[in-house]
Design a protein around this ligand. Structure first.
Ligand code: SF4
Length: 330
């Protein structure tokens, strides 16, 4: 048995990685890549078999954000030429749900730009969610920024299953990425949605000039936060943002990061998210050995690959789509 497999079996027995072991994963020699992927797959298949969850995003409000997140095309300091629009109406959000339903996406993610939603925006979302649950039976994840407890309660009552609020990076590196809110603000929102009884989704963006130790710290913070779902984004630097031109990832390193996330958060849903196509490139299918979830369709401000290509990839891998739909009337 190779060392990676032995490490995976220890994780399945409940052992936690030491910092040295975590660093070894990120420094794994390329000629051991298949072995480490197989070890990560041992953990992934223990919890999820060959099932893959599909998520689809709708960007219900774009741009116009007062915050200064360095990776984001929608921020107040970005000059990226993106579409800017205020919160969509309920009908348009419902049309997106219908599309997600037909794409076999188990989770429909309703995302809005901004520091946090107004009560009116929460009302549009909750009214749409009530109808989506009744009509399509999709799981719904909302991602609307920083919340207050009343808003979190209202989202829960409407049927929102999950709330996404990414930590994005390590506590240590946070200030190099944004100064308009704190790392603590982000962690507090994740705790607040947990307290409201909503499943927490929180993830990261890799490739923003962080160190390998930062990546390990992120994985551990998500474990402490007990995030049920962990989106792992790989920076797709957009011209006009402060991180324009940053391109420090390669597909093999991205796979090692996904393996690390799986070793540290063995039973959690790990989703390969934004930047999958440009950073993993031809190695995308291998990402599904450590991860068990992907986005289909477009991202917030960048295009994804054709959904038929994603379905074909899953079929070629012999993986199955996990349907999360409940009984529906669609
Ligand atoms: S990531 Fe969210 S909060 Fe930050 S600038 Fe973009 S839309 Fe605003």
């Amino acid at each position: 048995m190779n060392n990676w497999k032995a490490l995976a079996l220890n994780v399945l027995k409940g052992q936690q990685l030491t910092n040295d072991e975590a660093l070894r994963i990120l420094h794994c020699p390329d000629n051991e890549l298949l072995e480490i992927l197989q070890a990560a797959y041992t953990i992934r298949s223990h919890y999820y078999g060959n099932k893959v969850k599909l998520n689809m995003i709708i960007n219900t409000k774009s741009g116009l954000c007062p915050e200064n997140c360095g990776y984001c095309a929608q921020s107040s300091i970005s000059s990226a030429p993106i579409q800017k629009y205020r919160m969509m109406d309920k009908e348009t959000i419902l049309q997106g749900a219908e599309q997600a339903y037909h794409l076999n996406a188990g989770t429909y993610c309703i995302v809005a730009s901004g520091r946090g939603p107004s009560d009116k925006e929460v009302e549009i979302v909750t009214s749409a969610v009530e109808e989506i649950k009744e009509k399509y039976g999709l799981k719904v994840c909302a991602c609307l920024g920083l919340l207050n407890p009343t808003q979190a309660k209202r989202l829960k009552e409407s049927g929102v299953d999950r709330y996404n609020h990414n930590i994005n990076t390590s506590e240590n590196h946070h200030e190099s990425i944004t100064t308009s809110h704190t790392y603590e603000d982000r962690v507090n929102t994740v705790e607040l949605v947990k307290n409201a009884g909503i499943s927490p989704c929180s993830g990261v963006i890799i490739g923003m000039k962080e160190t390998k130790q930062d990546v390990i710290d992120m994985a551990r913070s998500l474990k402490v936060l007990d995030a049920d779902s962990i989106p792992v984004n790989f920076l797709h630097a957009i011209d006009g943002t402060p991180l324009q031109g940053v391109n420090e990832l390669n597909p093999r390193y991205c796979l090692k990061v996904l393996c690390l996330m799986r070793f540290i958060n063995p039973s959690k849903e790990i989703r390969i998210s934004g930047g999958r196509e440009v950073n993993l490139r031809s190695l995308q299918p291998l990402g599904l050995y450590p991860a068990n979830s992907i986005f289909v369709g477009d991202y917030l401000t960048t295009a994804g690959q054709e959904t038929t290509a994603d379905h074909k990839m899953l079929e070629d891998l012999g993986f199955e789509i996990e349907f999360a739909k409940e009984e529906s009337t669609a």
